[in-house]
Design a protein around this ligand. Sequence first.
Ligand code: ADP
Length: 151
Amino acid sequence: MQTVVFPGSFDPITIGHEDLVRRAIPLFDRIVVAIGVNTKKQYLFSLEQRLAWLREVFADEPTVQVTHYEGLTANFCRSIGARFLLRGLRHGTDFDYEKTISQLNATLVEELDTVFLISRPCYSHISSSVVRELIRAGADVSAFVPSAVQL
Ligand code: ADP
């Protein structure tokens, strides 16, 4: 059974994240969408809220599981027997960052490979950080987040 881990903050989940997961469903037996908890980082939404949104968005997908972890992503993958990581690429900036992280992870856990999906053009401008800025400014973000995310 091939398991892929899709790690992120999902603060909050966007339609870009959702699209990436749905496109990966035919490629893997199991997709573990995992919120990486960094105790030093400030999040806009609580872990419980972010988990609840993820669970609602993928409630109709039996091969998608939602969880969270602390510590290194590579260690989490090893602990659940996952050989693959899923990440999205929106532009060159993502590539430069992701290349380094991917090589680092493969050094930490030798058999760990990162699978990249290029963002659909219609989603490449969407990021959680932009959505957070809009929320802070009181804007309507319903065009950027799944309908489960009610604000
Ligand atoms: P982080 O927790 O690393 O800050 P995010 O939660 O913003 O990252 O994103 C997690 C993953 O989802 C990353 O691989 C990122 O490239 C990908 N991603 C985020 N937004 C989009 C999008 N609009 N289209 C495709 N991939 C995306």
